[in-house]
Design a protein around this ligand. Structure first.
Ligand SMILES: Nc1ncnc2c1ncn2[C@@H]1O[C@H](COP(=O)(O)OP(=O)(O)OP(=O)(O)O)[C@@H](O)[C@H]1O
Length: 963
C-alpha cells in the first residue's frame, strides 16, 4: 500500500485536476454511521469460545509463558542472578571461612601451657553468668602450712572487705572433676596442680583464683607460690585491671608475714618470696564447633538470602511501578498465575543458592556442614529461602515505588541482622532458646519471622554437630552429628549450654518445628500476599471488597449471568437526572438519548460515566478532581471513535475506566454486553490496549513481547510464528525483532505497544495516543494497519493529532473538562464548528490583481488570507456557503485567459478545501474555556504540532500536488 492510501476519505477536496465533490451532499452528511445489524452482545458461539478460553489449559499456558518470560529476564540480568545464586552465598561463605580460620589461628597461638609473666591483671569472683555459683579460691597442696596461710588470708580479707571466706570441707581431685558448685564456695583445697588445670579447663569461668604453693621451706622460710587467675574475665573488667590479682597476692604475702611475724628481722630465718602468676588455661575449648561459623553462621546465611529477598522486592515493585504488572493483567493474565510464576521463578534461584551454600560449606569443612545430613541442611536453607521470598511478596503489596521497597528491604535486613546477631549469637544474650528469656507470647510472635525460625534450627544444627575435644590427649572426638531422626528429638541436655540450676529449662521444641514454622511462613505470607494484593487499592484506586472471597462471583458462580439491560439503563440514568445540560450541542444530547435507547444495537454503550479523583479518601473536598463528568457515548462495531480534547480533558481517564485500569465513581459502560463495573474479567478476554505510556519489558525483544502476550491470550502455538512475522511486518519492526525493546527509539516502542494491543484478535481496542513520537512515514503505516484491523471490531482512540482523528475516526468526539462537547464525523464537526472553506488559486504573478478582482466581485464574502507570487488564498466563512457552488463551477470552467500569456488560461491551478478540524477543535475548546485558556496554545509538549495545522500553510497539501 502506498502512502496515498492513507488519505482520509473525509477530507473534502476538489481540484482542477478532477471533478468537484458534491458539496451539498457532503456538507450536510453529518454523522454518517448507520444502524445496521450490529449485535450488542457477542454471539452465542463467541460467548462459548470466550469462556472456554479459560480453564486449566489457559492456566498452564499462562504459567508456562510467565515462567519463560521470568527465566529470560533472569538470564538477561545475569549479574544480578549470578549474585543471587553463586557470588552472594560464596562471598559470605568465604568471609565465614576467613573469619573462622583467623579465629582458629588465634586460638592456636593462645596459651596451651601459659607462660609465666610479671604481675598484671585482676579478676572478680564470677561464674559463667552473674548469678551462677563459683569458687573463690582453690589452693594446693592441702597441708597444715598452706591451710594456715589461707585461713590467715581469709581473716585479713574479711577485715578489709567484710566478706567472710571459709575453707570448705570438700576437696576436688582428679576423680571428681565433674563437680560443679551449687552455691558460691569460699576456699577449696585441691589435691595437686593438675586438678587446677583440668578443673578450670572443664569448667571455664567457674573459679576466681587458685594458688599453688610448690616450695615452702622452714629454715630459712622460703615461700614460692603460683597464682592462677582468669585473664578473660579480668580483661572484661577494665577499671580494675590488675587490682585484684595484686590484692590477692598481697593478701597471701600478708598472711605469710603475719604467720612469721615473730621472727628476727636479721635472722637467717627471714622469709623470702618467689611469686609467679599464671592465666587459666583457655584453649582448646571444650567443644570444637567452629566458633565463628556457629555463632555468626545464621547471620551470614541470612545475608546471602537477603540478596534474593531485596531482588524480589525490587523486581516485583518495579513491575508494579512501571505498570508492567497491570499491562499483563489487562491483557488477561490471571492474577494468581502472576504470583505463582514469580514464586516458581525465584524458587529455582533459592534452590541453587541453597545447594551452593551446602556444597561449599562442606568444601570449607565447616563442622555443621560436615557432620549434618546433607538433605536436612539443604531443606533447611531451601525452606528459609522460600519463606523469605514469600515474605518479600507480602512486603511488595504495600509498596508502589521500587525505591520505597528497597528502603523497606534494607530496614528488614538491619532488623534481621540485629536479630541474628543478638538473639542467636551466644556471645551476646546467650542461647535464648534454651533459657527462659522469651515469654511464650514472645515466641508466638517471633515464629512469624522466617529468620527467627532459621536461626533456631541453625543453632540446633551447630550444637549437635560440634566436635568435642579430649583435652588430655588434645584429640577431636566427633560430635553427635545430625541425622533425619534428630529432627524429631529435642536436643540432649548435655549439648545445651549450662544454665542457672535454680531455673527450670524451658520446653524447647525439637528442630523439626522450625521446618513447620518455615512452611507456615511460606503459607501465611503467600495467602496474605494473595489477599492484600486484591484489597489494597492500587495506584488507580482499584481494589476488591475485603470479603471478596465470600462472594460466589469470585469463584465464577453467577446466578443471573444475563444482565437485564433495562434495569441497567434505568440504574445508570439516575446518575444524570440532576445534570444541567442547557446549551449542550444537539448531537451530544442525541448521543445521550442513544446511549439510553435499549433498541440501539451498540458494541459499546457508555452511560453517565463519571470519575472523581478524591483528594481525601474520607471526605469530599474542593480539591477533588472531576476528570470525567456524566459521559454518554456509543460506538458500533467496525467503527473507530476518536477522542479529542485538550490536556487533562479526561480522555485517558475514560480509556482507563473502560479498560478496567481505574474504577468509575458513577455510571457504567457496557462493552459487548459486559459491564465494566462487574464483568471486567470477560472484557479483558476480548480487549487489547495500547496505553499512553509504553509499557514494555526493556530486556525483552519485540518477538518475545508478542510471544508473551500471545501466550497470555492463549493463541495456539502453531499460529504464533505466523502472527509474529505478520504483525512485526505490519508495523515495520521486523529488522529489530530480536533486539531488546529497551534500545528502541520512542517511535519503535510506540509501534510495538500498538502491535501488542492487537494480539489475540480483540473485539475492542483502546489506543491512547498510539502514534505519538512516530515519524510521518511510520505513522501512516500504523494508520493503514488500524484502518484494516478495525473490521469487525471497535477501536477507541485518543489523540492530539487532528490529522489522525480525521483519518481514522469514523466519529470524533471532543471532550473538555470531562464532558462531551461535540460529536460527529469530521465533516460534521468542520461544518458545524469550523470557520468555513479555504480557496486556493494559482495564477501568473502579473495576473494576480485581475484574478483577485474577479473573485472578490463574484464572491464578496471571501477574505484574502495570503497573496504571494501569484498564489492567492481565500477564506470563505460558513455564511458565504451559498456562493460556493457557482464559484466552483466558474473555477471548473476556467474560461478566462491570462493577460501575460493569452494562449493559456488565467488559472494555473485551484483548490477548495474545508478548513481543518483543528480550527473546529480550537473553537470548541475556546467555548469550553471562556476565560481564554485553551490549554492547547500553551502546550509546549505537543509533539504533533507539525501536524496540527497551527502553522499557517500558504498552499494546502492537495493544491501543492497540482501545481
Ligand atoms: N490519579 C489521579 N489523581 C488525581 N487526578 C488525576 C489522576 N489522573 C488524572 N487526574 C486528573 O484528571 C484529569 C483528566 O486527566 P486525563 O489523564 O484523563 O486527561 P487527558 O485528557 O488524557 O490528558 P492528556 O491529553 O494530557 O493525556 C486531569 O486534570 C488530571 O490531572
Amino acid at each position: 500500500m502506498t502512502d496515498n492510501n492513507f488519505l482520509s476519505p473525509n477530507i473534502i477536496t476538489a481540484s482542477g485536476s478532477g471533478s468537484a465533490t458534491s458539496l451539498s451532499s457532503t456538507a450536510n452528511s453529518g454523522d454518517a454511521t448507520s444502524d445496521n445489524d450490529i449485535k450488542n452482545k457477542l454471539s452465542a458461539q463467541e460467548e462459548i469460545a470466550l469462556h472456554s478460553r479459560g480453564g486449566i489449559q489457559l492456566i498452564f499456558r499462562q504459567l508456562w509463558i510467565m515462567l519463560k518470560k521470568n527465566f529470560i529476564l533472569q538470564l538477561r540480568y545475569r549479574k544480578s542472578t549470578l549474585a543471587q545464586i553463586l557470588i552472594g552465598p560464596l562471598i559470605f561463605l568465604l568471609l565465614l571461612f576467613i573469619l573462622q580460620k583467623s579465629n582458629d589461628a588465634q586460638q592456636l597461638r593462645s596459651n596451651l601451657h601459659p607462660l609465666t609473666y610479671p604481675l598484671i591483671g585482676v579478676q572478680p569472683c564470677q561464674g559463667r553468668t552473674r548469678s551462677a555459683p563459683c569458687i573463690n579460691f582453690m589452693f594446693t597442696p592441702n597441708t597444715v602450712d598452706t591451710k594456715n596461710i589461707m585461713e590467715m588470708f581469709a581473716i585479713n580479707n574479711e577485715k578489709r572487705t567484710g566478706n567472710p571466706l571459709i575453707i570448705e570441707d570438700i576437696s576436688i581431685t582428679n576423680d571428681n572433676l565433674g563437680f560443679l558448685p551449687e552455691k558460691t564456695l569460699g576456699i577449696v583445697p585441691v589435691t595437686d596442680e593438675t586438678v587446677i588445670y583440668n578443673y578450670t579447663l572443664m569448667h571455664p569461668n567457674t573459679t576466681l583464683f587458685a594458688i599453688h604453693f610448690d616450695f615452702i621451706t622452714s629454715t630459712p622460710k622460703n615461700y614460692r607460690y603460683q597464682i592462677w587467675f582468669n585473664g578473660t574475665l579480668m580483661a572484661n573488667q577494665t577499671d580494675i585491671m590488675g587490682d585484684q590479682v595484686l590484692a590477692f597476692q598481697r593478701g597471701i604475702d600478708e598472711a605469710i608475714v603475719s604467720l612469721n611475724s615473730g621472727l628476727n628481722k636479721n635472722s637467717a630465718n627471714l622469709a623470702t618470696f618467689n611469686v609467679q602468676l599464671k592465666d587459666w588455661p583457655k584453649v582448646p575449648p571444650t567443644q570444637l564447633n567452629d566458633q565463628i561459623v556457629a555463632s555468626f553462621g545464621a547471620l551470614f546465611f541470612f545475608c546471602a538470602e537477603m540478596i534474593i529477598f531485596i531482588n524480589v522486592l525490587n523486581t516485583i515493585v518495579t513491575e508494579k511501578e512501571y505498570k508492567l504488572k497491570d499491562s499483563l493483567l489487562m491483557m488477561g493474565l490471571n492474577r494468581e498465575i502472576y504470583w505463582i510464576s514469580n514464586f516458581l521463578s525465584n524458587a529455582w534461584i533459592v534452590t541453587i543458592c541453597s545447594l551452593v551454600i551446602c556444597i561449599f560449606g562442606i568444601a570449607f569443612r565447616f563442622f555443621v556442614f560436615k557432620n549434618a545430613n546433607f538433605g536436612v541442611l539443604f531443606i533447611t536453607f531451601l525452606l528459609f529461602g522460600l519463606a523469605m521470598v514469600s515474605f518479600a511478596f507480602f512486603v511488595t503489596t504495600f509498596c508502589h515505588r521500587s525505591r520505597v521497597a528497597i528502603l523497606i528491604g534494607i530496614f528488614i535486613f538491619i532488623i534481621g541482622l540485629l536479630f541474628q546477631f543478638f538473639v542467636f549469637s551466644d556471645t551476646f544474650l546467650g542461647y535464648i532458646w534454651w533459657s527462659d528469656k522469651i515469654s511464650s507470647a514472645g515466641w508466638k510472635v517471633l515464629v512469624f519471622f522466617p529468620f527467627f525460625n532459621f536461626g533456631k534450627i541453625y543453632l540446633d544444627l551447630t550444637q549437635m554437630t560440634a566436635g568435642n575435644l579430649d583435652y588430655f590427649t588434645l584429640t577431636v572426638i566427633p560430635g553427635h552429628g545430625f541425622s533425619w531422626n534428630d529432627l524429631y528429638n529435642k536436643l540432649p541436655d548435655d549439648l545445651l549450654p549450662p544454665m542457672d540450676p535454680s531455673n527450670t529449662r524451658p520446653n524447647t521444641p525439637p528442630p523439626i518445628h522450625s521446618w513447620y514454622f518455615l512452611l507456615m511462613n511460606i503459607g501465611v505470607y503467600s495467602i496474605l500476599t494473595w489477599y492484600l494484593d486484591k484489597v489494597i487499592p492500587d495506584e488507580f484506586g482499584n481494589y476488591h471488597n475485603p470479603l471478596f472471597f465470600l462472594t460466589p462471583s469470585y469463584y465464577g458462580i453467577k446466578f443471573n449471568r444475563k444482565l437485564n439491560q433495562q434495569n441497567w439503563l434505568n440504574r445508570n440514568k439516575r446518575f444524570g437526572l440532576n445534570e444541567n445540560n442547557e446549551g449542550e450541542d444537539e448531537k451530544v444530547s442525541k448521543e445521550r438519548e442513544r446511549a439510553f435507547d435499549p433498541n440501539q444495537n451498540l458494541a459499546i454503550r457508555i452511560c453517565n460515566l463519571s470519575k472523581i479523583y478524591q483528594n481525601s479518601f474520607f471526605v469530599k473536598s474542593l480539591l477533588d478532581k472531576v476528570a470525567v463528568n456524566n459521559l454518554c457515548l456509543t460506538v458500533k462495531e467496525g467503527k473507530c471513535l476518536a477522542l479529542l480534547g485538550q490536556n487533562g480533558a479526561g480522555k485517558s481517564t475514560t480509556m482507563n475506566i473502560l479498560s478496567g485500569l481505574t474504577p468509575s465513581s458513577k455510571g457504567d459502560a457496557l462493552l459487548y454486553g459486559y459491564s465494566v463495573k462487574s464483568d471486567m474479567n470477560s472484557i479483558r478476554k476480548i480487549m487489547g490496549i495500547c496505553p499512553q505510556h509504553d509499557i514494555l519489558f526493556n530486556e525483552l525483544t519485540a518477538r518475545e513481547h508478542i510471544e508473551l502476550y500471545a501466550g497470555i491470550k492463549n493463541i495456539p502455538h502453531s499460529e504464533i510464528d505466523k502472527l509474529v512475522e505478520e504483525r512485526l511486518a505490519s508495523v515495520r519492526l521486523t529488522k529489530v525483532a530480536n533486539i531488546p525493546a529497551g534500545s528502541y527509539s520512542g517511535g519503535m516502542k510506540r509501534r510495538l505497544s500498538m502491535l501488542i494491543s492487537t494480539i489475540g484478535d480483540p473485539r475492542i481496542i483502546f489506543l491512547d495516543e498510539p502514534t505519538t513520537g512516530m515519524d510521518p512515514v511510520n505513522r501512516r503505516h500504523v494508520w493503514s494497519f488500524i484502518e484494516k484491523f478495525k473490521k469487525g471490531r471497535v477501536i477507541i482512540l485518543t489523540t492530539h493529532s487532528m490529522e489522525e482523528a480525521d483519518v481514522l475516526g469514523d466519529r470524533i468526539c471532543v471532550m473538555a473538562h470531562g464532558r462531551l462537547r461535540a460529536i460527529g464525523n469530521s465533516i460534521h464537526l468542520k461544518n458545524k464548528f469550523g470557520a468555513g472553506y479555504r480557496i486556493s488559486l494559482v495564477t501568473h504573478p502579473n495576473d494576480a490583481a485581475r484574478l483577485k478582482n474577479l473573485i472578490e466581485t463574484k464572491v464578496p464574502e471571501v477574505l484574502l488570507d495570503d497573496d504571494s507570487a501569484g498564489a492567492l488564498i481565500y477564506e470563505l466563512p460558513i455564511s458565504g456557503l451559498a456562493s460556493l457552488p457557482p464559484l466552483i463551477q466558474w473555477l471548473e470552467e476556467n474560461k478566462e485567459m491570462s493577460q501575460v500569456d493569452p494562449e493559456k488560461k488565467l488559472l494555473k491551478a485551484w483548490g477548495v478545501s474545508q478548513k481543518s478540524l483543528e480550527e473546529a477543535f480550537l473553537r470548541l475548546i475556546r467555548e469550553a474555556n471562556p476565560n481564554g485558556y485553551s490549554g492547547y496554545e500553551n502546550n509546549e509538549n505537543n509533539e504533533n504540532d507539525e501536524n496540527s495545522g497551527l502553522r499557517r500553510r500558504n498552499v494546502p497539501e492537495n493544491l501543492k500536488n497540482t501545481i
